[in-house]
Design a protein around this ligand. Sequence first.
Ligand SMILES: Nc1nc2c(ncn2[C@@H]2O[C@H](COP(=O)(O)OP(=O)(O)OP(=O)(O)O)[C@@H](O)[C@H]2O)c(=O)[nH]1
Ligand SMILES: [Mg+2]
Ligand SMILES: [Zn+2]
Length: 310
Amino acid sequence: MGAPARAAEPALVSASYGRHYLVRPSGGGELVAVTRGKRTDACVGDRVGIRRTGDGQAVIEQIAPRDNEIRRTDQWRSKLLAANVDQVAIVIAGDPPFSEELLLRILAAAAVAGVPAALIANKCDLAAPHASIRARIDAHRALGLPVFEIAAKGDPSQVRDTLRDFLAGRTTLLVGQSGMGKSTLVNTLVPDADLRTQAISTALATGRHTTTFTRLFDLPESVAPDARLIDTPGFQTFGVAHLSASQLAHAMPEFAPFLGRCRFNDCTHRDEPGCAVRDAVQAGRIDARRFQLYGRLVDETLSAPSRQRP
Ligand SMILES: Nc1nc2c(ncn2[C@@H]2O[C@H](COP(=O)(O)OP(=O)(O)OP(=O)(O)O)[C@@H](O)[C@H]2O)c(=O)[nH]1
Ligand SMILES: [Mg+2]
Ligand SMILES: [Zn+2]
């Protein structure tokens, strides 16, 4: 009989860059870690069991079942953004202009994951660009989405006052296109984030300005109690091929009154006759542009080569 295997040490994944991770053992500190063998499916927010190796590093041995996970699926590849989050904050801005379609894609992924979403409309100090997205901000408010308007580069105390209640007691995943100001916001809310970003850049051998790794930060108690923020790399695509047509339809809040009223039970609300959703679009009760975007997402999901389900 061999010696009994030592129980894995509990830890939280606090950063990921490719196959490299940082983990926080429950006893404190932070270690560089890798997954065992070819496993690459750990992500920030995962509760894991680790084994320390001699060189002050660690191997991730187990991943605990997740409460939720946010993922995107581009053509062939599925990518986990984070797990076990309480909410998703999508950062948008007028300059560079945010994409309505990308926003809808993230909202759908969050809705299907069962994670509440909110919008952070950043760079409100840029008067003309901000005015150019005003109508779209209001449209999302009208759909029931919380929206916070801030200037992450502006007065830090104003940013804190606007976001404190929203962030307190929760783990918030920051997502959005590149250049919207996610990292700037983190730096405003977490005074030593810049330093810690540099430290991890060295540890994980990167050094670019645009964010290349996903990173969890604890907010100082004075900014928001018991709050964590996860900064992520910006993206230019956000595939939703892992979602079904029905999941996508349920992710559209304005479809809700019409779902279940179509002639066919499995209506995808594309070309089917007797579609209550399309009737609602024609009657002006659903925004035609949003419906058109929905159609593109459904086409993508129906033509996905091998639909991967989490
Ligand atoms: N005027 C203005 N500029 C801002 C504001 N917030 C961020 N910026 C600028 O926008 C640019 C992009 O900011 P980042 O914080 O790097 O954006 P990001 O979303 O983290 O980008 P990625 O890491 O590439 O995803 C930088 O030049 C910031 O200085 C703001 O509130 N007002
Ligand atoms: Mg960034
Ligand atoms: Zn229908």
